[in-house]
Ligand binder design. Structure first.
Ligand code: NAD
Ligand code: UDP
Length: 388
C-alpha cells in the first residue's frame, strides 16, 4: 500500500474538494493535471472553455481520476450556480482573469471588470460560507521599481534594495491613468486589499499568489492556429509563433525590459504546497517566481532562437529579430514594467519552496512541445494561398 501523504508538519493530508475557477486556462490546466495525477483531491473545474483540460476529461470515464474531476461550463459574470459550487467545495482557487498585456489598453473596461468586479462575488461567497480562498493576483501589483526613477548612471540602480520586490515592504508604483497596463495592476491590487480586509474583519481564510512570468506548454495560443489570427498573446507564444513561421522575433521598444521566468511545473509545486498546508499559508501573500532566471526580452529572444534551432533541427533565422515600437505593436497607451525580481523570503520560510529549472531547460522542454504541437499546422497554414 502507498504511504499516506503528509503535510509539511507531518500530519496526514485529507482528500478535499476544490472549486477551481478559470481551470481551463494555462495555469489551471497544469494544476488540474497535478491534482489528478498525484493527489486524491476532487476538482470542480469552472471555465467558459475546456480545450486545455480535454485530455483529463475525455474519453468520459476512461481515466483513473475520472470520478474526481467535473467540468462546469460557466461564466462567473452571470451564473447563479457559482455560490452552490463554492459551497460544495472545501477550498476555492480563483484564476479567472483577463491577464494579457495586449488587452489592457484595447479592452480596458473588460480588464477592470474581470480582475475586480467579477472577482467580488467569489470573495463574498467564500467569506459568507467560511470557505478557504486561494486568489491569483500578479507581480504587476508592484508596478515600476524604485530604481527605475534613479538617473541611468546611478550606482544605486545595482543595489537590490532598489529593485527586489518584497510582499510586505515594497511600494506599489503605478504610471498615469492613460497608461492602462496600470488599470490591470490597480484592479488586482484592490481585490487583494479587499480579500485582506475580509480576512481582518470577517475571518476569511485566504492566501494570495503573485505569479512572476510562469511559462510552459499550453500557454496562450498560436495566432491563426488555435487562436485569432490578429490576436497578440504573451511573449512566449508571440516568439514561438515567430519561430514556427520562420519570421524575425519582434522586440518591443528595443527589448530592454527585464523579466524573471519560472517553469510552470516548478510553480505548480508551490501551489500544491499552499493547497495542502492551510495553516502555513493563511493570511499570506506569496511571490512565486525564479529570481535566478532573469533576462532582458532581447536575451530571451536570442535564447529562444538558439533553443528552437536545437529542438527543431532547423538552422537559426538569418535575420533573427526586428525592433518595433510599443505603439505599433500594442497601440496607444501601452506602458511596461522595467524589472521584476521576486524576493523569496516568505515562501521559503512558510513552505520551504524553491524553483529548480533553469531558463535554458524550461525553454528546451517548452519549445519541444511547441514544435511537436504546432509545426505541421503552421506549415500547412503557410502553404495555403492567402484568401482574396
Ligand atoms: P489564462 O488566460 O490562461 O487563464 C484564465 C482562465 O480564466 C481562462 O481559461 C478563461 O477562460 C477563464 N476565465 C476568464 N474569465 C472568466 C469568467 N468570467 N468566467 C469563467 N472563466 C473565466 O491565464 P493564466 O496564465 O492561467 O493566469 C491565471 C491567473 O494568474 C490570472 O488571474 C492571472 O492574472 C494570474 N497571473 C498569471 C501569470 C502568468 O505568468 N501566467 C502572471 C501574473 C498573473
Ligand atoms: N514583448 C516583445 N515582443 C513580443 C511580445 C512581448 O518584446 O512579441 C515584450 C513586452 O513588451 C514585455 C515583455 O515582452 O516587455 C513581456 O510581455 P508579456 O506579454 O509576456 O507580459 P508581461 O510580462 O509584460 O506581463
Amino acid at each position: 500500500m502507498a504511504a499516506a501523504r503528509v503535510d509539511l508538519d507531518g500530519n496526514p493530508i485529507k482528500a478535499m474538494t476544490i472549486c477551481m475557477i478559470g481551470a481551463g486556462g494555462f495555469i489551471g490546466s497544469h494544476l488540474c493535471e497535478k491534482l489528478m495525477t498525484e493527489t486524491p483531491h476532487k476538482v470542480l473545474a469552472l471555465d467558459v472553455y475546456n480545450d486545455k483540460i480535454k485530455h483529463l476529461l475525455e474519453p468520459a470515464g476512461s481515466h483513473p481520476w475520472s470520478d474526481r474531476i467535473q467540468f462546469h461550463r460557466l461564466n462567473i459574470k452571470h451564473d447563479s450556480r457559482l455560490e452552490g459550487l463554492i459551497k460544495m467545495a472545501d477550498l476555492t482557487i480563483n484564476l479567472a482573469a483577463i491577464c494579457t498585456p495586449a488587452d489592457y489598453n484595447t479592452r480596458p473596461l473588460d480588464t477592470i471588470y474581470s480582475n475586480f468586479i467579477d472577482a467580488l462575488p467569489v470573495v463574498k461567497y467564500c467569506s459568507e460560507n467560511s470557505k478557504r480562498l486561494i486568489h491569483f493576483s500578479t507581480c504587476e501589483v508592484y508596478g515600476k521599481t524604485i530604481g527605475s526613477f534613479l538617473p541611468k548612471d546611478s550606482p544605486l540602480r545595482q543595489d537590490p534594495e532598489y529593485y527586489v520586490l518584497k510582499e510586505d515592504a515594497s511600494p506599489c508604483i503605478f504610471g498615469p491613468i492613460e497608461k492602462q497596463r496600470w488599470s490591470y495592476a490597480c484592479a488586482k491590487q484592490l481585490i487583494e486589499r479587499l480579500i485582506y480586509a475580509e480576512g481582518a474583519e470577517n475571518g476569511l481564510e485566504f492566501a494570495i499568489v503573485r505569479p512572476f512570468n510562469w511559462i510552459g506548454p499550453r500557454m496562450d495560443f498560436i495566432p491563426g492556429i488555435d487562436g485569432p489570427s490578429e490576436g497578440v498573446p504573451r511573449v512566449l507564444a508571440c516568439f514561438s509563433n515567430n519561430l514556427l513561421r520562420h519570421e524575425p522575433l519582434k522586440l518591443v521598444d528595443g527589448g530592454e525590459s527585464q523579466r524573471t521566468f519560472v517553469y510552470i511545473k516548478d510553480a505548480i509545486e508551490a501551489v500544491l504546497l499552499m493547497i495542502e498546508n492551510p495553516a502555513r499559508v493563511n493570511g499570506h501573500i506569496f511571490n512565486v517566481g525564479n529570481p535566478h532566471n532573469e533576462v532582458t526580452v532581447r536575451q530571451l529572444a536570442e535564447m529562444m532562437i538558439e533553443v528552437y534551432s536545437k529542438v527543431s533541427g532547423e538552422p537559426p533565422l538569418e535575420s533573427p529579430t526586428v525592433d518595433v515600437s510599443s505603439q505599433e505593436f500594442y497601440g496607444v497607451g501601452y506602458d511596461d514594467s522595467d524589472k521584476r525580481i521576486p524576493d523569496m523570503t516568505i515562501i521559503n520560510r512558510q513552505l520551504g519552496w524553491n524553483p529548480k529549472t533553469s531558463l535554458w531547460d524550461l525553454l528546451e522542454s517548452t519549445l519541444t512541445y511547441q514544435h511537436r504541437t504546432y509545426a505541421e499546422a503552421v506549415k500547412q497554414a503557410l502553404a495555403k494561398p492567402a484568401a482574396n
